[in-house]
Design a protein around this ligand. Structure first.
Ligand code: ASP
Length: 460
């Protein structure tokens, strides 16, 4: 093997030696489970000695158990240098100044040569080295606030971000981009929509579904679109900017409170729910779709409220849910519960007494719908009326995750249940809207005439 063992030991090392194969070689591994073609990746010191790790052509890494391997054939050698050259970002006086905050996620990732895993890595110079187009759009400075995958984002990170945004606005920045993992980007977008109210500039969250070492990566284009939106658009809202269609034709800008990740692997995963996206964006232009958004201003009158009560839960109702779910949350000191109920906002009868106990104990309970599209309607069936009489409050068409975030934020400000209710039901950033527009219900079901017609319309 070329240089050292690159993490391979024991059986795994022995098998590489037996077939005279090096780390970083392109290899065909024949095993009892089939034939695999890819690049032999290095391993970390802590990994087992029972697998050879291959990066497949698709970009996915797989471990092949040594005792299933019958033959390995080396057919090439492709040592990867994943370190992106750092370059100093050029500054030009007539370009807008944009701050990019890094929080982690795939967009800030590169391949860790030791493990073959995708790990968070972020530096301004690296970004410019990787996406030089950014310099045509703005003067970019960056701050790495966190380096986590987004399942690790939460109230502490939301408040740090909100404060950092406030500081930048005060300093006169023209736009903010936030690099973030896609999995919980809609939670953070909602949190920032409430914590940073009336921003005078665009605050654009962006991520990527595929890391930049993959040919199909959406990282660079999403970043270009988001930076362009922050620098040039007049949309002074918290937005999410990601691929629109599955191709790289254009990106969409979504309201931070009306957006949701809807597909685990498509690049076009983010969809506006119950409304239409704010705008389309490509490298040439920004085309508004919706027109009632807050416009960019020169003042700096933003309202930052960086608070969050952590003892809030989001409960997804399922048939036969037991009342002890609710009782145990109350016993554990939870102050607020958002339920994602069935249909128009229902849970089964056995849960009612637990809900009554909870509301009597001063726990705030709010109802949303797991259908995602549509409104909670608790006057239609007597069961809905019963639920309201025991203290559940319907939240119109607020998405479950958004209601969860808003309740945490509201309870972070006050314990007074009337005030909490007022905060919850007063729309701040389109989290509650008067009606769903006729074309705000979009599910890609190929061939259905009204969907095709809607798509033709937005392609015009
Ligand atoms: N697991 C990653 C995250 O949310 C996925 C991504 O960034 O797309 O951090």
């Amino acid at each position: 093997m070329a240089e050292g063992n690159q993490g391979y030991k024991g059986k795994a090392l022995a098998i590489l030696k037996k077939f005279n194969v090096r780390v970083w070689s392109e290899a065909v591994i024949s095993s009892t489970r089939g034939e695999f073609n890819g690049i032999v990746l290095p391993r970390s010191e802590n990994d087992d000695d029972k697998h050879i790790v291959l990066k497949l052509i698709t970009g996915y890494n797989i471990g092949i158990a040594t005792d299933t391997i019958e033959n390995i054939k080396e057919c090439g050698y492709k040592e990867a240098h994943y370190k992106i050259p750092e370059k100093e970002f050029p500054v030009s006086e007539n370009k807008p100044n944009i701050k990019l905050f890094g929080t982690g996620g795939t967009i800030a990732s590169r391949l860790d040569y030791r493990t073959g895993a995708v790990i968070p890595a972020f530096s301004p110079g690296e970004l410019y080295g990787a996406v030089p187009e950014l310099a045509d759009i703005c003067n970019l400075t960056t701050d790495k606030l966190f380096a986590v995958f987004s399942e690790n984002m939460g109230p502490k990170q939301y408040t740090v971000l909100a404060k950092a945004i406030g500081e930048q606005i005060e300093k006169g920045i023209d736009g903010i981009v936030i690099g973030h993992g896609t999995d919980t980007m809609h939670h953070t977008a909602a949190a920032l929509s409430f914590m940073v109210q009336n921003p005078p500039i665009p605050i654009v969250m962006v991520g990527s579904q595929r890391s930049s070492d993959r040919p199909s990566s959406d990282a660079a284009l999403n970043l270009i679109h988001a930076t362009k939106a922050a620098a040039e658009s007049d949309i002074a809202e918290v937005l999410v900017c990601m691929f629109g269609p599955t191709s790289d034709e254009y990106g969409l800008l979504h309201m931070g409170t009306r957006v949701r990740k809807m597909h685990s692997s498509y690049r076009s995963t983010f969809r506006t729910i119950g409304d239409i996206p704010v705008a389309m964006i490509d490298t040439e232009k920004i085309t508004p779709i919706k027109h009632n958004y807050n416009k960019r201003r020169n003042d700096r009158d933003v309202k930052i409220t960086p608070v969050f009560e952590e003892k809030v839960a989001l409960v997804y109702y399922y048939p036969n849910m037991q009342p002890d779910i609710i009782d145990s949350l109350v016993a554990n000191g939870y102050k607020g519960i958002v339920i994602a109920g069935t249909g128009l906002g229902h849970v089964n009868k056995p849960v009612y007494p637990a809900i009554e106990r909870a509301t009597k104990a001063g726990v705030a309970i709010y109802m949303t719908v797991q259908t995602l599209w549509g409104y909670v309607h608790m006057f239609v069936y007597d069961t809905g009326r019963d639920l309201m009489s025991i203290g559940i409050i319907p939240t119109e068409n607020m998405l479950p995750e958004v209601a969860y975030v808003k309740l945490g934020w509201a309870l972070g400000q006050t314990d007074d249940m009337e005030k909490v209710k007022e905060i919850m039901l007063t729309p701040i950033s389109d989290e509650i809207t008067k009606r769903e527009p006729y074309n705000g219900y979009l599910v890609f079901q190929g061939g259905i005439p009204e969907v095709e017609e809607f798509l033709r319309d937005i392609h015009k």
